[in-house]
Design a binder for this molecule. Structure first.
Ligand code: NAD
Length: 321
């Protein structure tokens, strides 16, 4: 089997490669060539940690395996380690033998940013100029960097619950040569594309903060009870997701579906748009919303690419197992 340590990942996999891997696997999910296994997520009663597994099988891409990991809230203060920790395990689908073990921390950020970027590519207006960010934490910087590659943006605007964190995303805008402006939530009406990536349990972005024609990628809500946008916004929007089952149970759509504002059948897999089975946006005035809940197949797709590149470049550690 091969081992690709966390420290090697940054030099191996690009945003473009992550994007292609995630776009392909979303398409495979919609055509039923790939599926995710039920997610296990447990509060283990030790260090206040949440630990779990996300797995799946992609018949087309050939990836079988799981990401194991979770959230250790005291890592940073007690040990100087990041709080989110994960590792991906890949198996040979022909034999069941373990194929690779890959550091999953940077991969998670790359595959999550790739998901919102795929949604922007397929759902945002071609003439989008103003990029809006809600959130300025660890994932937000990856999200913004990848999003700015999808359209000819001219400006970034941002709001964060903790305004002192806004320089994190301002720096990314500056690196891309774009002006940055901190705004109130009402100011998001200027945005053509909005990404929300926060750990909030109550909505910040309300339906009347969003103008006609906007595309919104809701990326922070990945657990029961979390919520970033008003449920009424989903009722005004065409709603897309990575996986419907997750969207309505742990994603942003849990609230709109739970309160009867939209039906489960209103939530469309983005893979259907990628495959051409669903038209996606049909008018410049449509509000489109992508509920990115994060599926195991995204991790496996990007990890498979990493292993391929690591073997090619001689940096994968091979062990007899
Ligand atoms: P982080 O701790 O670095 O940042 C948290 C962000 O949320 C900050 O911008 C913070 O100001 C904001 N925030 C905190 N409390 C808030 C509140 N009450 N209201 C509004 N905003 C608030 O976290 P991160 O690593 O950037 O992750 C952000 C979120 O993304 C988490 O909820 C995480 O679980 C989720 N996530 C989702 C996926 C996916 O695939 N969808 C993948 C990774 C992480």
């Amino acid at each position: 089997m091969y081992i690709v340590p966390e420290a090697k990942i940054a030099d191996l996999v690009s945003r473009e490669a992550s994007f292609e891997a995630v776009e392909q696997v979303f398409a495979a999910m919609a055509s039923k060539d790939a599926y995710n296994f039920p997610v296990v997520r447990e509060a283990i009663g030790h260090e206040d940690a949440l630990y779990g597994f996300k797995g799946g099988f992609d018949r087309v891409g050939g990836s079988l395996g799981l990401k194991a990991g979770g959230y250790w809230p005291h890592n940073l203060e007690k040990r100087g380690l990041i709080n989110h920790q994960s590792t991906v395990f890949l198996f040979d689908p022909d034999t069941g033998r373990v194929h690779a073990m890959v550091g999953g921390n940077l991969l998670t950020a790359l595959r999550t940013a790739a998901a919102s970027s795929v949604s922007i590519k397929h759902l945002a207006r071609e003439d989008a100029k103003v990029m809006g960010m809600i959130g300025a934490g660890h994932q937000a910087t990856f999200q913004l960097r990848a999003a700015l590659e999808q359209r000819s943006f001219e400006k970034v605007i941002g709001w964060n619950y903790h305004p002192e964190m806004l320089p994190n995303i301002e720096k990314v805008a500056q690196e891309a040569g774009l002006p940055f402006e901190a705004v109130e939530l009402e100011g998001m009406r200027e945005a053509d594309v909005i990404i929300s990536i926060t750990s909030a349990f109550s909505p910040s972005l309300m339906a009347d903060h969003v103008s006609e024609g906007t595309h919104i990628a809701c990326m922070g809500t990945d657990t029961k009870g979390k919520q970033e946008v008003e449920a009424a916004l989903l009722a005004k929007a065409k709603v897309f997701t990575d996986e419907v089952a997750q969207s309505i149970s742990i994603g942003e759509a849990q609230h709109a579906v739970g309160s009867g504002l939209i039906a489960e059948s209103d939530v469309i897999e983005i893979g259907a748009v990628i495959n051409g089975a669903h038209p996606g946006r049909t008018s410049d005035s449509d509000i489109t919303l992508f509920d990115g809940t994060g599926v195991g197949l995204q991790d496996l797709a990007v990890a498979s690419k990493v292993v391929e590149l690591a073997i090619e470049r001689g940096v994968a550690i091979e062990v007899d197992f």
